[in-house]
Design a protein around this ligand. Structure first.
Ligand code: IPD
Ligand code: CA
Ligand code: CA
Length: 258
């Protein structure tokens, strides 16, 4: 069975409701690594989404963060982040979301990112456009880095991997109005799609972090590539540069300068 965008919106809103209800209360937090956390609410949100997917779309493959997902057809694949922004959530910072993408083969075709605290639902359909709660989304028109506001993120190996993005962060800080670090890759991407940020980059992610948000940026008129400028960004290590068409090449130039 083929999903519709309304199916993804309904699922993301359902999971977002679970996250909103648990936010700010006493929640169990565990460590997956030194600075990589998982809360009981990540698991509740994921259990809800997996249950819906199993019942409504049997035979589809699911990649998700907190479990091994579901085996299924490579032709119909879901990329699910039940809580993007876990460190924020664990600290009581209200910047987090649910991210759900659906792909046919390697083509991302549907994507939804729902922020339950602001009640903002971003979504896109390949070839049809991107919207925020029914209003069409479009990237900014900032022409150059010095008039841009960027956002980035850091993988959980920052302490130990010398390729930890701090060099690009400081280089771009010195050429732009600023670089933010919100703590949710999916929200970062949607804010580029909405023209709130002019560009976003990150060196290593997972499929579920960027599947939905990348499609939303593309459908909002943005350019999305990997860190080297290749259009096939949706593969390991899932590096990404997503920006308006003026800023994108300028970001690549700074990031890849010798
Ligand atoms: C993380 C967030 C963060 C990004 C990390 C991601 P999580 O996802 O999106 O902004 O910098 O690379 O892993 O762990 O909160 O789902
Ligand atoms: Ca994530
Ligand atoms: Ca997550």
């Amino acid at each position: 069975m083929q999903p519709k965008i309304t199916d993804l919106i309904e699922m993301a809103r359902g999971a977002g409701e679970i996250l909103r209800e648990g936010f700010g209360g006493q929640i169990l937090v565990e460590h997956k690594g030194d600075i990589d956390l998982v809360t009981e609410m990540d698991r509740h949100s994921e259990a809800y989404l997996m249950d819906v997917l199993q019942r409504r779309f049997p035979g589809h493959k699911v990649e998700t963060e907190e479990s091994s997902g579901l085996a299924g057809s490579d032709g119909q694949v879901w990329y699910v982040d039940p809580l993007d922004g876990t460190v924020n959530y664990a600290h009581g910072i209200p910047i987090f979301c649910v991210s759900i993408a659906y792909a046919q083969g390697n083509d991302l075709v549907l994507g939804v990112v729902y922020d339950p605290m602001l009640d903002e639902c971003f979504y896109a359909e390949r070839g049809k456009g991107a919207w925020l709660d029914g209003r069409p989304l479009g990237v900014s028109s900032a022409p150059e880095l010095k008039s841009s506001l960027l956002v980035t993120g850091f993988y959980y190996d920052t302490w130990t991997n010398p390729d930890n993005n701090l060099n690009h962060f400081s280089n771009l800080m010195l050429k732009t109005q600023g670089v933010r670090r919100l703590g949710s890759a999916a929200i970062d991407l949607c804010y580029v799609a909405a023209g709130r940020f002019d560009g976003y980059w990150e060196l290593r992610l997972n499929s579920w972090d960027l599947g939905a948000g990348a499609l939303i940026v593309q459908e909002a008129g943005g350019i999305v590539t990997d860190i080297n400028g290749n259009s096939s960004f949706f593969r390991k290590p899932f590096s990404i540069v997503a920006a308006n068409p003026h800023i994108h090449p300028q970001m690549l130039e700074v990031i890849n300068k010798p």
